[in-house]
Design a protein around this ligand. Structure first.
Ligand code: ZN
Length: 138
């Protein structure tokens, strides 16, 4: 895998962001192209009276909206990036779903482990009681 072209910007700010990103990607074994949020298509009228949008359909506009730490951010997306981003959003959802499934399985394993431990304790207590040497009555 490698970085998608939509992230290929070159600047000082970008390399700082990338350093932090790959720190997280390496530490947690994350996919590097995670894309979250919702991709929205809207139709806008540009306001020019002689434009086709004044009477017909508006101009198509795409944006990606993501909330992070209570902040909502909306970014415009060029039409030619939409397919790639849709693919990454889908892959990201599949990845998050896998994480949620692992969490659910681990909860199930926790419950089963606890149940087994309780049963083991109960049977070993019962065994102890059975194997206790009886003191002969005089
Ligand atoms: Zn227009």
């Amino acid at each position: 895998m490698s970085q998608i072209r939509q992230f290929a910007v070159k600047s000082k700010e970008a390399s700082q962001l990338r350093r932090r990103k790959y720190q997280l990607v390496r530490r947690y074994g994350l996919p590097e192209n995670l894309v979250g949020g919702s991709l929205v298509r809207s139709l806008r009228r540009c306001g020019r009276s002689n434009c086709h949008c004044a009477t017909g359909e508006g101009h198509e506009q795409w944006s990606l909206t993501l909330s992070h730490r209570g902040q909502r951010r909306v970014e415009r997306v060029p039409r030619e990036w939409v397919e790639d981003l849709e693919q990454e959003i889908l892959a990201t959802q599949t990845y998050l779903e896998a994480i949620r499934e692992v969490m659910a399985i681990n909860l199930e394993l926790l419950a089963l482990t606890r149940q087994q431990n309780r049963e083991t304790k109960r049977t070993s207590r019962a065994k102890k009681r059975q194997s206790k040497p009886r003191t002969p009555k005089k």
